[in-house]
Design a protein around this ligand. Sequence first.
Ligand SMILES: C[S@@+](CC[C@H](N)C(=O)[O-])C[C@H]1O[C@@H](n2cnc3c(N)ncnc32)[C@H](O)[C@@H]1O
Length: 156
Amino acid sequence: MAANLYIILSFVLVTGILAGIAIGIFITGRASKIRRKLVTVGSSTVSGRGVFALKKISEGDIIERCPALEVTDQDIGGELLNYVFYGSTETARLVVMGNGMLFNHSSTPNVAYYREQTTLGVELVLYALRNISKGEELFYSYGDDWWITRQSSSPE
Ligand SMILES: C[S@@+](CC[C@H](N)C(=O)[O-])C[C@H]1O[C@@H](n2cnc3c(N)ncnc32)[C@H](O)[C@@H]1O
């Protein structure tokens, strides 16, 4: 009788340990698939705030997929003009969330972006043009027109 109880308790114990290991492997596997944050906002090397790499980023890596809101140019005025992107038509403008509107300009950018229509709405997808070191500031090019329309020449 005591021997049977001993066998049953051992079986329950071993089964519990094996189930714990299996659950641990499942959770760790899922956690490694969650992308770690790649960038943070800090004091820029060129103007106000800027976006910086928290870790090494490789050429082609997607840095951030930013949900965006497409509005018309009538909705945009004042300082916001300096932050929005062009949208799908000449009069459309994109208000970009996440860190997307805080990148500064460089004529030798390390980041580029494209607009993508997803099932959830428009996204601005930012990706690395080259390998980027941890701590480097990230820049995309605003384009020459951006600076011309602000009566200013494009800075380096
Ligand atoms: C989209 S915001 C960038 C984030 C901005 N630095 C901030 O602190 O909010 C665009 C503004 O940043 C400034 N800026 C961006 N790149 C620059 C550069 N390379 N040199 C000087 N000013 C720049 C300009 O004043 C521009 O109007």
